[in-house]
Design a protein around this ligand. Structure first.
Ligand SMILES: NC(=O)c1ccc[n+]([C@@H]2O[C@H](COP(=O)([O-])OP(=O)(O)OC[C@H]3O[C@@H](n4cnc5c(N)ncnc54)[C@H](O)[C@@H]3O)[C@@H](O)[C@H]2O)c1
Length: 390
């Protein structure tokens, strides 16, 4: 049996330091922390103090060339995920990228090409895919038990953030540093789950309100409308400015309905498919069977890390393949493009147009620099990174 996977982390901020802490504590089966990298000198000092036995590098190239790691976690701001991952693949390392895989699809497609050419493992930190309720919902929908998809409504407004969150990093909530707001930072988890359970829509219309509740230029309130090939529709509402927020996913099919809310999945099953029932005799009762599933709590980040290691060490199937990360990003890019152009975007979209319009926004805000007000602390995994039901 091969020993643990030697893992390096590039970008040791909030989430990178949480991964580093979990791995170094021995909480992640199959992984040993072997190298760290951060391009911020102050951060490197802090990391060296915390991990005196782990080599700390000042740039990704140096870590990749060191030969100390067989795989890397890329936990920098999103724009750097594709270029760093590509270098890692070229150097013969496996890559687990943080979400979103990148900011725009063209860059992520290049990342996918590099991954494929290298033949190395490519994973993405979509930790909510380990949530037992979403897994059950996916199983029910893909088995055909829910029938044909009719409608999805996801109100996911419990991503509340204070202004201090946005002020905690100059890259945050800018077009040039982050590439968007709630849609590119928080909502990728939910957009991924949406497409993972229900498949990809064929058209997107969205309204993305920038700086509605915070002093930021990018979106903190989004209303998205999606159409599917079979005529089904989805409404996806998300915000970082609503408190208290809601997290309710409702999926209606011809054979019943799924509702995920407050740590519970409720499956209401029809005795007869509604498409047949509508023509049935009046006396026929379409009986309902209700089944409830409670969430089995687990740490999604650790589950994804362990699965990534098991994939490389023992060939276990990836829970979140990096090649699938393009799907949620496509929905997100299409939503921005729709809001900018004021029209519905039919998929596949014009990726080059999106990149051009994103760059225009990034160039226009070059003078926009926010001061970092927060002292960095060593983060543990916090519940705010898990699914929030209340
Ligand atoms: N999966 C999750 O639940 C989850 C949670 C939080 C953040 N994230 C993702 O992780 C990424 C980082 O977010 P964060 O909140 O940790 O940000 P952060 O700003 O706290 O940390 C980023 C770190 O990367 C370093 N860095 C920046 N550019 C670099 C480069 N080119 N090379 C090396 N280091 C570099 C910074 O100095 C900083 O320490 C984002 O893409 C974010 O979306 C995911």
């Amino acid at each position: 049996m091969k020993e643990d996977l030697k893992i390096g982390i590039i970008g040791v901020g909030n989430i990178g330091s949480a991964h580093a802490a979990a791995i170094s504590r021995g909480d992640v089966k199959g992984m040993t922390l072997s190298a760290l990298c951060d391009n911020n000198p102050k951060r490197r000092e802090e990391i060296r103090a915390l991990y005196p036995d782990i080599p700390v590098f000042e740039d990704a190239d140096a870590l990749l060339a060191s030969g100390l790691a067989e795989a890397v976690i890329v936990a920098t701001p999103h724009y750097f995920h594709p270029p760093i991952a590509q270098k890692a693949f070229a150097a013969g390392l496996h890559v687990l990228t943080e979400k979103p895989a990148g900011v725009y699809c063209l860059a992520v497609r290049e990342m996918m090409r590099s991954a494929k050419e290298s033949g190395k493992a490519f994973g993405v930190m979509f930790n909510q895919r380990t949530n037992t309720l979403f897994r059950k919902a996916r199983e029910i929908v893909s088995s055909g038990e829910l029938g044909e998809l009719k409608r999805v409504v996801w109100i996911i407004t419990n991503w509340y953030r204070k202004q201090s969150y946005y002020d905690s990093g100059s890259w945050r909530a800018t077009w040039s540093g982050e590439g968007g707001g709630v849609l590119i930072n928080q909502a990728p988890h939910n957009l991924d789950i949406l497409q993972w359970i229900c498949g990809m829509p064929c058209a997107i219309y969205a309204k993305c309100d920038g700086g509605k509740y915070h002093q930021i230029e990018v979106d903190d309130d989004v209303s998205l409308f999606a159409r599917y090939e079979n005529g089904a529709t989805a409404v996806f509402l998300t915000s970082t400015g609503e408190y208290p927020g809601t997290n309710r996913l409702e999926i209606a099919g011809t054979k019943g309905k799924l509702v995920v809310e407050n740590g519970k999945l409720t499956h209401t099953k029809l005795a007869m498919d509604e498409r047949e029932y509508r023509y049935s005799e009046e006396s026929v009762q379409n009986k309902l069977t209700i089944t409830e599933y409670a969430e089995e709590k687990r740490n999604g980040h650790i589950a994804i890390l362990e699965n990534f290691a098991a994939h490389i060490l023992r060939g276990e199937a990836l829970i979140a393949s990096g090649y699938e990360a393009i799907h949620e990003l496509t929905i997100s890019n299409a939503a921005y493009l729709s809001a900018w152009l004021g029209k519905e975007i039919v998929l596949p979209m014009d990726d080059a147009l999106f990149e051009t319009m994103l760059r225009e926004r990034a160039d226009a805000e070059k003078s926009h620099i926010r001061t970092e007000t927060r002292e960095r602390v060593q983060f543990a995994y916090k519940s705010r990174w898990d699914t929030q039901w209340t």
